[in-house]
Design a protein around this ligand. Structure first.
Ligand code: PMP
Length: 412
């Protein structure tokens, strides 16, 4: 059980407000979460986080996705440390660059080549640049409400960017073939690419897997027009299918963006591409001082090796289903209706009839008090480091939390 007050966290927030605009930025700012969520963490191990006040939580956010094999995974840490001892950021790349590209080309179904960056935004942005370079066209079709990063062309918050930054985006609705074709028609002759997330995982919404009809329609549109099919696999990559997330619907993208789970927490982004886009990828100027960091690449090589060796995805799915089934049984016994959407490895859990997320916020706030770090609106993440005991401990917290929601709101 947690104490309600977080004195060290509060003191750090006060200091942060002096030297960090807003105290914290982006998705890691807990201001939009219910009261009681700590902002600052002291350490982590396996699937457990400790805040600076010493409270432990079973973490169902996994650093918003990068953690997949457990915080401090011994094998990954040893691989990264061994590389760091040899050299990390150097005057040129290490052998790890070639090894990692070979590894991805062998693993990812559509990939004939790979390029590396630091973050997911680097990777999605580079895909768009390569698509435009290859096609000499301008328009990028993008699903309404989808998140592809924090750069001016795609940030969900337009403050600080210009209309011109987004002038060549055309919106369609995910899984809606008609809207996709209408978007393409509206800019006929000028489509450079279509970007689609692995599945619809928009903030605060029920998640939706891609339909085969939709994925095939995107493929056909790109084949007919020469546009690039860009799969944004930053969030879902390596949690659904090691060959790429649209292997689940039998469709190969031309370009795919990866980051998050690729190196179990080490900073790395990757773009994979097919031969048709190799020439364009050769011509665009792209670089970053830290893009060839060899320790991250060594961590990625070990992480990918473990995925293949241990059938990690199946393990994570089993754990996700344990959580999902437990929550479903609790909802039933408390007479509440829960909407659990998306793959079990990346669940979104929302209450029915909860437009202001009042039930969801109370539920997660109470669960946090019981030691389970859940998110009221964002999709969550399971890892292979969650144990059955972790899930069961979290389920105890959610059972108590659901009782409080029931008491406060009655039957939903
Ligand atoms: N695409 C998707 C689907 C994402 O979920 C994210 C990050 N949440 C990004 C791109 C951007 O990645 P990053 O935050 O590493 O720049």
């Amino acid at each position: 059980m947690l104490s309600n007050s977080l004195p060290k966290d509060a003191a750090l927030r006060t200091r942060a407000l002096q030297v960090i605009p807003g105290g914290m930025y982006g998705h890691l700012n807990v201001a939009r979460l219910p009261a009681g969520y700590p902002q600052f963490f002291a350490r982590a191990e396996g699937a457990t986080l400790w805040d600076v006040d010493g409270n432990a939580y079973v973490d169902f956010m996994c650093a918003y996705g990068p953690m997949i094999l457990g915080y401090g995974n011994r094998e990954v840490e040893e691989a990264a440390a061994a590389q760091r001892a040899l050299g990390d950021v150097l005057t040129g790349p290490s052998e790890r660059l070639v090894e990692l590209a070979e590894k991805l080309v062998g693993m990812v179904a559509h990939a004939d080549w790979a390029l590396f960056q630091r973050n997911g935004t680097d990777a999605t942005t580079l895909c768009v640049v390569i698509a435009r370079a290859a096609t000499k066209k301008r328009k990028i079709l993008v699903a309404s409400g989808a998140y592809h990063g924090s750069a001016p062309w795609c940030s969900p918050n337009p403050i600080g960017s210009t209309a011109e930054d987004r002038a060549h985006l055309v919106h369609y609705d995910y899984n809606d073939v008609e809207s996709l074709l209408a978007a393409a028609k509206s800019v006929e002759g000028d489509v450079a690419g279509v970007i689609a997330s692995a599945f619809k995982h928009d903030y605060g919404k029920d998640q939706e897997m891609p339909t085969k009809a939709f994925a095939q329609a995107v493929r056909k549109l790109c084949d007919d027009t020469g546009a690039a099919l860009i799969l944004d696999d930053v969030r879902a990559g390596f949690r659904l299918d090691l060959g790429g997330s649209w292997q689940t619907v039998g469709v190969k993208p031309d370009l795919a963006a990866y980051s998050k789970a690729i190196a179990n927490g080490y900073t790395l982004g990757a773009v994979t591409g097919c031969d048709k886009f190799r020439e364009a990828a050769t011509t665009v100027f792209m670089t970053g001082s830290f893009w060839c960091g060899a320790a991250s690449m060594a961590a990625a090589l070990k992480t990918l090796e473990i995925f293949q060796r241990d059938n990690t995805i199946a393990r994570i799915e089993t754990l996700g289903n344990r959580l999902r089934n437990g929550l479903a049984a609790q909802a039933k016994s408390h007479g509440m209706v829960l909407k659990q959407t998306g793959p079990a490895q990346m669940p979104t859990v929302l209450f029915a009839d909860d437009p202001e997320v009042e039930k969801g916020r109370l539920f997660t706030q109470e669960a946090l008090r019981g030691g389970a770090w859940l998110h009221p609106q964002h999709n969550m993440f399971l890892s292979s480091a969650h144990t059955e005991a972790d899930i069961d401990k979290a389920l105890q917290a959610t059972d108590a939390a659901m009782a409080v929601v029931k008491k406060s709101f009655g039957r939903d």
